[in-house]
Design a protein around this ligand. Structure first.
Ligand code: MF3
Ligand code: CO
Length: 265
C-alpha cells in the first residue's frame, strides 16, 4: 500500500482520536503508583479508552493480548501486562497505547518514573522526548522523511545513548501500521518527500547503554541487550506546510510549554 494523503474528513477523525489518546495518556500516567501491577494499568487504560467510545487497537493485534504495552526498566517496548509484575518506587515505565476512533488510529507512548527515580533515569526520559522534538523539526512538507530519522539519531547519540534500530515508527491512518517506515537512525537514502496530509507515528526508543535489543521468550517483549534502562516517546503527527500538528499531544505538555500548537494544515 502506498503512502496516503488523508482527506479533511480523515484528518478530523484522527484529530479526535489523538485528542482522546492524549487524555488517556495523561490520566493513566497520573494513576501510576508503587504497588500497582502492570495488569491493573492495562485494565484501567482499556476502561478509559472504551469510555471515550474508542477501541484499543493493540488488543489482539497479531495476537498481542492487551490494550496497553507496559514496559518496565530494561524493557524497551511490547511488555505484556501481568498480575505478577508489581511496580516499585524507582522503576521507569513506558506505556504505549493505540486507539481507534470511527475507524481511524492514533498511537502514542510515554515513559514515566514511579515515585523518586535516579537522575540518569530522569535524563534518559527527558532526552528521549527531546529526540522526538529534534526529529519533528524536519517534519514539514518539502523535507524528506529520513531527515527526521537523522535528527532523532543525532540528538540521542550526542548523549552517548543507544538508539534502537530493530524497531521503527510508521505511517498511520485507517490502519495502525501504514507506509512509510520511520527509522530513528541515519539512512543512505533521503526517503519520501513529505506532503501535507501525511500522518506518521514517530517513536524514538532510546537506551541508556547499547543499541542492541533482544526478544524475550514470550515472543513480544523487547529488552535491552545489556539490561540497562530504555525509554520510549511516540506521537501521531500530521504533516502540514508549516510546523506539524501533534495529534496525540497532552494538555499538560502544552501547559508545561513542551509543545506550542501552531499552524494548521
Ligand atoms: N507503538 C507500537 C507500534 O507502533 C505498538 C504496537 S504493539 C502491538 O508498533 F501490540 F500492537 F503490537
Ligand atoms: Co507506533
Amino acid at each position: 500500500m502506498p503512502v496516503t494523503i488523508k482527506s479533511a474528513r480523515e484528518i478530523e477523525l484522527m484529530r479526535t482520536a489523538g485528542k482522546i489518546l492524549g487524555k488517556v495518556h495523561q490520566d493513566l500516567g497520573k494513576a501510576l503508583k508503587p504497588g500497582m501491577t502492570t495488569l491493573e494499568i492495562d485494565r484501567i487504560g482499556e476502561e478509559m479508552i472504551r469510555s471515550y467510545g474508542c477501541v484499543p487497537s493493540f488488543k489482539n493485534y497479531q495476537g498481542y493480548p492487551a490494550s496497553v504495552c507496559v514496559s518496565v526498566n530494561d524493557e524497551v517496548v511490547h511488555g505484556i501486562p501481568s498480575r505478577k509484575r508489581i511496580l516499585r518506587e524507582g522503576d521507569i515505565v513506558s506505556l504505549d497505547i493505540g486507539v481507534i476512533y470511527k475507524g481511524y488510529h492514533s498511537d502514542a507512548a510515554r515513559t514515566h518514573g514511579i515515585g523518586e527515580i535516579t537522575k540518569p533515569a530522569r535524563r534518559l526520559i527527558r532526552r528521549t522526548r527531546e529526540s522526538f522534538f529534534a526529529g519533528i523539526r524536519y517534519a514539514v512538507a518539502g523535507r524528506h522523511l529520513h531527515q527526521i530519522s537523522a535528527a532523532v539519531y543525532d540528538y540521542a547519540k550526542g548523549y552517548g545513548y543507544g538508539v534502537v534500530r530493530d524497531l521503527v515508527g510508521h505511517g498511520i491512518g485507517s490502519h495502525l501500521h501504514e507506509e512509510p517506515e520511520v527509522p530513528n537512525f541515519r539512512k543512505l537514502t533521503r526517503g519520501i518527500k513529505l506532503r501535507p496530509g501525511m500522518t506518521l507515528a514517530v517513536e524514538p526508543m532510546i537506551n541508556e547503554g547499547i543499541d542492541r535489543v533482544e526478544w524475550k521468550k514470550n515472543g513480544w517483549t523487547v529488552v535491552t541487550g545489556d539490561r540497562r534502562l530504555s525509554a520510549h516517546y511516540e506521537n501521531t503527527i500530521l504533516i502540514t506546510r508549516g510546523r506539524p500538528e501533534i495529534l496525540s499531544i497532552t494538555e499538560d505538555e502544552i501547559a508545561e510549554g513542551i509543545w506550542k500548537p501552531g499552524g494548521k494544515l
